[in-house]
Design a protein around this ligand. Structure first.
Ligand code: UDP
Ligand code: MN
Length: 305
């Protein structure tokens, strides 16, 4: 599921739909659309593969903080995702991302065990500060009571950064202390700033197949439809890929574009699982040797006495 409240983000939602198809996403795609969007825009979204659900605009009361960040004005409409109780579970993804892998496994998050019904979401960490969550990728189990409460809170609780993220982290505080089922790995929400400002980490994340969702978070100059000029080479490949996918026809299978750019992580989950289980076997092996040598040394010590 994604959100499109202004025409500017339609191209982002188109790229997301094409990427989800390229990675053979198994669930239906649904775009929450502000009713003020012109009809030709929603026609394009439908052609891209999105089912359309019209939502009412949720007002963002943080007008003073919004003066220098007007694009946050509409993101409170994201709160509607918490109220769509016709769905058992929803994977919500912002319209400013590039997928590098299939993300179906996110539907396995928020299991019954350890589920906190008043915090019915899972999210990846924000980088600053890391004990808050980024609201660009969310797994949600809709709850009517929480939804109503969020809408009510939005009327008077202020957001520390003016956005839905600042608001959600305020009213749904304590996320990082919740059960593991409420936490998503960083790989599901890696910001482009990692590539821009910390290339060694970015390269390492790519090498170990730990970038499933590349999120172009930030103001308009940081979005893949605006990024131009000098972009670090490590990121440029992905910005170009995003732009190529954007140019492809709405119903295109863009898997070949990923293959040509060598930017997909098809073996991600399996490769990573087998790496970590190999790691465990290795640790067991080392422990066995350690214990055997310990036993030897104890035996030889007692033999001396
Ligand atoms: N959005 C939109 N139009 C806007 C601003 C936001 O449709 O003018 C939607 C879109 O899905 C976007 C999400 O709200 O990805 C959150 O906004 P944004 O991604 O710009 O916030 P950031 O991730 O940069 O904090
Ligand atoms: Mn975003």
């Amino acid at each position: 599921m994604t959100l499109v409240t202004t025409a500017k983000y339609v191209v982002g939602a188109e790229v997301l739909a094409k990427s989800l198809r390229a990675f053979r996403a198994s669930r239906p795609l649904l775009a929450l659309v502000d009713s003020s969007l012109p009809p030709h825009v929603t026609v394009r979204l439908r052609q891209a593969g999105w089912g359309i659900k019209y939502i009412a605009h949720v007002e963002n009361k943080n007008t003073r903080k919004l003066q220098d960040r007007p694009w946050f004005n509409t993101t409170f409409s994201k709160l509607h995702v918490f109220g769509l109780t016709e769905y058992e579970k929803i994977v919500y993804v912002d319209a400013d991302v590039l997928l590098l892998a299939n993300i179906d496994e996110l539907f396995e998050k928020l299991p019954d065990v350890g589920f906190n019904v008043s915090r019915p979401f899972a999210a990846s960490p924000e980088m600053f500060p890391p004990d808050t969550f980024n609201s660009g990728v969310l797994v949600i189990r809709p709850q009517e009571r929480v939804y109503r409460w969020l809408l009510e809170q939005s009327l008077h609780v202020s957001s520390y950064d003016g956005s839905d993220q600042g608001f959600l982290n305020t009213v749904l505080s304590g996320w990082w202390q919740l059960d593991i089922g409420h936490r998503l790995d960083f790989q599901y929400n890696v910001h482009q700033t990692v590539a821009m400002y910390y290339p060694p980490l970015w390269e390492n994340l790519l090498r170990s197949s730990r970038v499933s969702v590349l999120h172009f978070a930030g103001d308009d100059s940081m979005k893949p439809w605006s990024l131009s000029g000098v972009i670090p080479a490590s990121l440029a490949r992905y910005v170009h890929l995003w732009q190529e996918i954007a140019r492809a026809p709405l119903d295109a299978d863009v898997a070949p574009l990923y293959l040509a750019a060598n930017a997909h992580l098809p073996l991600k989950a399996r490769a990573f699982d087998s790496l970590s289980s190999a790691g465990e076997q290795e640790i067991d092996h080392v422990l066995d040797i350690f214990q055997a040598s310990l036993k030897d040394s104890v035996e030889s010590t007692s033999a001396k006495h």
